[in-house]
Design a protein around this ligand. Structure first.
Ligand SMILES: NC(=O)c1ccc[n+]([C@@H]2O[C@H](COP(=O)([O-])OP(=O)(O)OC[C@H]3O[C@@H](n4cnc5c(N)ncnc54)[C@H](O)[C@@H]3O)[C@@H](O)[C@H]2O)c1
Length: 375
């Protein structure tokens, strides 16, 4: 089992990740001495939760609240229902909120924990690769508003993160792809020396998924820990984790859910690499390494995936990119994370890894990626 402490600003977050480690995870939660546990549970993780619940209930009262995770349900009304459930079951200020599931359930549990009695302790029990390697390694908790994703939320440090890596093995392909893509992003934008380990993990996935997940978690931690330690609210250096997300979010919106987040971000990283090359920042060898690394994700052919996306549709989505508030940006440009070398973002005037890019440059790069025969 991997056991350690993640520093996020001034917070120290203990974590335990392993296989066949339910007793150790329960001991970790018990050591928090909660009066009771409110378990926000992803309905797809029910089978994984049963053996955990059995063990936890020997140690404390546990009150499950099952969530059907869909972005249209990730609203303040869901958080309120979870809070009502906690109070109706006698939760007090020493109780813990457990979030067991994907990133969505983790965010909802986190927001509820930060609101209940103005803050109780939160324990993440991630069951998807995105949650385990990325979403729970953060202070960000949130919900969607009618106007868009994650538009309200709080910052709360989890009291603990506990994960049995075997939970992740039941995730269907789109969720797996998204988790892997976020780790490919970490390799390209933050820790290029992890390229070999990443490729080895992908090769191990079919036969030895838990070993592969262990490596991918270590990669996620290696990328996030130093940046989160210095930038806990992810407003400065940690903005590099938005690599590929400008065009990625636009594509997700164009396809209205028919393209997974992982696939969209993978295309977004290729577009970002081509943009950076066009601006004379990234050399062709590093652009080629993007194509090579992302070819291991087995994406559909680029012209099939992207051929139907026109400039107007892309421009409409880029106009509402959520990074606009970070730096001044004219209507004819969009803020992007770009690389000048693998692992080295281009710094904007204020030192953040974000620069305004003219839309025409983005469109040209997009069309170049869409016309690529092989990735
Ligand atoms: N820092 C952050 O706060 C942060 C970072 C990244 C993502 N997020 C948020 O996380 C969410 C995305 O997370 P996600 O990709 O985990 O998606 P998700 O939470 O929507 O889960 C995806 C699907 O996997 C199912 N699932 C969960 N565990 C499973 C398992 N073990 N086996 C089979 N199916 C399982 C879920 O029921 C769901 O249908 C978004 O809401 C996003 O905004 C937050």
């Amino acid at each position: 089992m991997r056991e350690g402490t993640l520093r996020i600003g001034s917070a120290a977050v203990p974590y335990r990740y392993g296989a066949d480690c339910l007793d150790a995870l329960c001991e970790g939660i018990e050591a928090l001495r909660p009066a009771s546990a409110i378990l926000a549970l992803d309905e797809a993780a029910r089978a994984h939760a049963e053996p955990l619940l059995k063990r936890l209930r020997r140690r404390m009262p546990v009150y499950p609240f099952v969530i059907t995770p869909a972005e249209e349900h990730k609203r303040l009304s869901l958080v309120e229902s979870l809070l009502d459930h906690a109070v109706a079951n006698g939760a007090d200020r020493t109780s813990v909120v457990l979030g067991m599931g994907g990133g969505l359930v983790g965010n909802v549990a986190g927001l509820a924990a930060s609101l209940l009695y103005r803050g109780v302790r939160l324990v993440h029990l991630p069951t998807t690769p995105v949650a385990a390697f990325d979403a729970v390694l953060s202070l960000k908790q949130g919900a969607n508003l009618g106007a868009g994703k994650n538009l309200c939320g709080t910052y709360l440090a989890p009291a603990m993160i506990c994960c049995d890596l075997a939970w992740l093995a039941t995730i269907p392909r789109p969720g797996l792809l998204t988790g892997i893509t976020e780790m490919a992003k970490n390799v390209l934008a933050v820790v290029p020396d992890w390229e070999h380990a990443f490729e080895e993990a992908l090769a191990q996935l079919p036969e030895r998924p838990v070993d592969a997940f262990d490596t991918l978690f270590a990669l996620g931690l290696a990328a996030k820990a130093p940046l989160l330690s210095a930038d806990p609210h992810e407003r400065h250096g940690a903005l590099v984790f938005e690599y590929g997300h400008t065009v990625g979010h636009a594509l997700e919106s164009v396809f209205a859910g028919a393209m997974s987040h992982g696939e969209a971000v993978a295309w977004g990283m290729l577009v970002a690499a081509e943009v950076s090359a066009q601006l004379g920042r990234l050399d062709q060898a590093d652009v080629a390494r993007h194509y090579l690394l992302l070819s291991s994700l087995e994406l559909p052919p680029a012209h099939t995936a992207l051929g139907s996306v026109g400039r107007e549709a892309l421009a409409a989505r880029l106009a509402t990119d959520n990074k606009r508030g970070h730096i001044p940006c004219s209507p004819g440009s969009v803020p992007m994370v770009l690389l000048r070398r693998l692992g080295e973002p281009v710094e904007g005037p204020d030192g953040r890894p974000l620069i305004p890019v003219p839309l025409d440059v983005v469109f040209d790069a997009f069309e170049k990626v869409a016309a690529t025969e092989v990735i």
